[in-house]
Design a protein around this ligand. Sequence first.
Ligand code: DAH
Length: 341
Amino acid sequence: MHESLEELKNYREQFDHDAETVDSSDTLESLRIKYLGRKGLIAQSFKKIGGLPPDVRGQFGKDLNAFKAHANERFDTLQNTVAQKSDESWIDVTMPSRKRFTGSIHPLTLVEREVRKVFTRMGFTVMRGPEIEDTWHNFDALNTPDWHPSRDPSDTLYLDNGLLLRTETSPVQIRVMETQKPPIRIIAPGRVFRNDKPDATHSPMFTQVEGLYVDEGVTFSDLKGTVLEFYRQMFGKNVRTRFRPHFFPFTEPSAEVDVSCPFCGGSGCRICKQSGWIEMGGSGMVDPNVFKSVGIDPEKYTGWAFGLGIERLAMLVYGINDIRLFYENDGRFLEQFGGRR
Ligand code: DAH
């Protein structure tokens, strides 16, 4: 037998011997490199063919191809065995399975539901309006003068067709009063939009809830009592409210509403910047001009309204310090609320 054929036979025997000793992915990989690799014995043998005497070339090629097929087949079998073995060795069937996160209710939805629950128990109805508004409902009917800075495109997002993305939920007041007669008791939650750069406390889109109560003889005391009761139900019985004089075009008089800081109880902490109070939103008695624009007689009826941000509320309820977390859809954030269902 030609020495080259002899050598090939030795390789094959050696391979079979080495294959017997494979017991891990590491030893299998060594086997592969030694025989089947780019510089392995089989590849090297193929390179030798050209230098062999013509009469052995045929036999050598045949033997080599057979060896190669044999080695590949053996390798595949060994690969399966090794894979199975390693699986078995690290799967601990007694380990409890991981809970898979299948979704939860968004914290803003949870807080909005809570707000709705409190107000519906007090006899309010939930209303909604369009997010794309006209200037009449968003500004004019709300007694907002033409020169008011909130109308500027640097504040308000206008569409090409002359409509705009509502900047507040207050236009829902107008839509309701245009179609309903007093007594009116509604809240209107929903998204609003402003030309703001996002940061920890600002977002070009956020959520508000509007409240409106119109009837004969409605007073500012009704407003104060209702708002206090609302915050008591959100933050607990000991919470206090403070009404600070302010200006809004659609209310007269107007007030900003503060709540005593739910974190320190009003003694002063980092969250309330040592003031003991947290600003929550605006409110006031519906301006007679607003009543006139919707055809309600301001001599007969009075009413109050308020507006507040749901994000601000949710941040206090859950202790969240960055408004952007609400919109990033990060499961690690979202799964902390509302449990799994
Ligand atoms: N629309 C006001 C805002 O977005 C909030 C507000 C203030 C609403 C007073 C009201 C109100 O209904 O009476 O800043």
